[in-house]
Design a protein around this ligand. Sequence first.
Ligand SMILES: [Zn+2]
Length: 242
Amino acid sequence: MLADDVAVVVVRVSIPIEPMLGPDSNNGGVASTATYDGLSAPFRRFRPGTMAKLYFNYSTMNAGKSTVLLQASHNYRERGMDTYLMTAALDGRAGVGKIASRIGISSDADTFTAQDDVFAMIEGRLAKGKVACVFVDEAQFLTEDQVWQLARAVDDLKVPVLAYGLRVDFQGRLFPGSAALLALADEMREVRTICECGRKATMVIRQDENGNTITEGAQVQIGGNETYVSLCRKHWREAVGT
Ligand SMILES: [Zn+2]
């Protein structure tokens, strides 16, 4: 299931544009027309003149959301369009960070803390040059105010914003940023992964270093030895005993 979902994202946006420019093509070689016609539906929505949108791509842990984000950003950049990448500063320091995926690819990104005005960050980036799309990783850590700032960036600066984040924490509760995005996003998509039983995983458990399920603790734990396992709701309930 995971492989299929990733393939949908990766393959559809990688469709070569050359077939659109065959000898029977009647577009007179207008590159922009050909380029947009060759892109997948999500890209068509970003063509100039259409309305920018706020997207929320949500998942549970280890579903590969950072991989999907980096691939989507790469698809813009290889067509000469700039993207702006942002991610949460988990150590509390703003500055230059990294979005890294478990399969080994990474990209530099500006980091935000809970105190930052993300609208101002996007506005500042746009002042330096055109951006086709803004990508926000770890969007579950946005505050509600910051999600409104992203919505304003979409509406007023007319730039598409794709936010990627976890839907619920290890106790099955919405993260604040995800709650606000579920309320405010124009479109939502699920980045899927599977439970050990083969069903879709929508929940996550936190385990200590011995593999025991932890049911209490802070929503965000930094620098510990705990690991996270994504499960379907049934197996999550068995693991946490509810
Ligand atoms: Zn299961």
